[in-house]
Every structure is written in structure tokens, then in C-alpha cells.
Design a protein around this ligand. Structure first.
Ligand SMILES: [Fe+2]
Length: 133
């Protein structure tokens, strides 16, 4: 699978959010490489845990900014985050129960979801924050 590339097209024009997104892209690529290289299961699990923890941390970061600046779309945006966290947790369980192929099959749809979320929901948030921060 091709690496995800973070470039200006993914920028939401808020540095602290872009920094988080860059880190998530890097972890996604690291997880893909670990799967493709046939790295040890406990290593793949560690990268997956790191990616999920970072994602949850990042979502809380965005949610704090939304609350801090009184963003109208808070509930909707948070609901999208929540559904992604549930999907990620399901993926971790599938990996632990069914092995790496199950994870490999799920990762591409998840990448599409994440880039879609950045390009729509996070862009809207970024243009709001750009005006009020
Ligand atoms: Fe978001």
C-alpha cells in the first residue's frame, strides 16, 4: 500500500492541528510498513496502540479547541470522532483475535475515512478557528 503523504492539501491552516495530523499520518505509514514487512506481532500491536492513543489524544485536543472558542459544530464533530474511535477499537480486537490479515484488510478504508474527515470536517473547523484564534 502506498504511503500517505501529508502535504498542503491536507493543511487546515491551524499549526497545532496540522502538527497532530502529520504525526498521525506518520504513525499510519509506520503501521502499514510493519504489516508489509512482516514485523513481529507484538511490534505491530505496539504501533497500533500508539496510533489509537494518539488519535484519541488528538480528538480531545480538537474538542478542547472547539469548546474553548464556542464552535457551533461541536456535537456533530465530536460524534464523528467517537465513531472513529469505536472503529479503531474494533480493528484492534479483530487483530488480536484474527491476526494481521484482518487488520491489513481494514486499514485502507480507515485511511480513507481519516483523510475524508480532515478534508471536510476538520477544514471547516480550521477555517472557523483561523478567524477566532
Ligand atoms: Fe476532527
Amino acid at each position: 500500500m502506498k504511503d500517505l503523504i501529508w502535504d498542503n492539501a491536507l493543511s487546515v491552516d491551524v499549526d497545532e492541528i496540522d502538527d497532530d495530523h502529520r504525526k498521525l499520518v506518520e504513525l499510519f505509514n509506520r503501521l502499514n510498513h510493519a504489516l508489509e514487512n512482516g514485523d513481529a506481532t507484538n511490534y505491530v500491536e505496539a504501533v497500533l496502540e500508539e496510533l489509537i492513543s494518539c488519535t484519541i489524544w488528538h480528538f480531545r485536543h480538537e474538542e478542547r479547541l472547539m469548546l474553548n472558542y464556542g464552535y457551533d459544530g461541536f456535537e456533530e464533530h465530536k460524534a464523528e470522532h467517537q465513531s472513529l474511535i469505536e472503529t479503531a477499537n474494533k480493528m484492534r480486537n479483530m487483530f488480536l483475535q484474527q491476526g494481521r490479515q484482518a487488520l491489513s484488510d481494514e486499514i485502507e478504508p480507515l485511511e480513507h475515512w481519516l483523510t475524508g474527515h480532515i478534508l471536510s470536517t476538520d477544514m471547516e473547523l480550521g477555517s472557523f478557528l483561523g478567524k477566532v484564534m
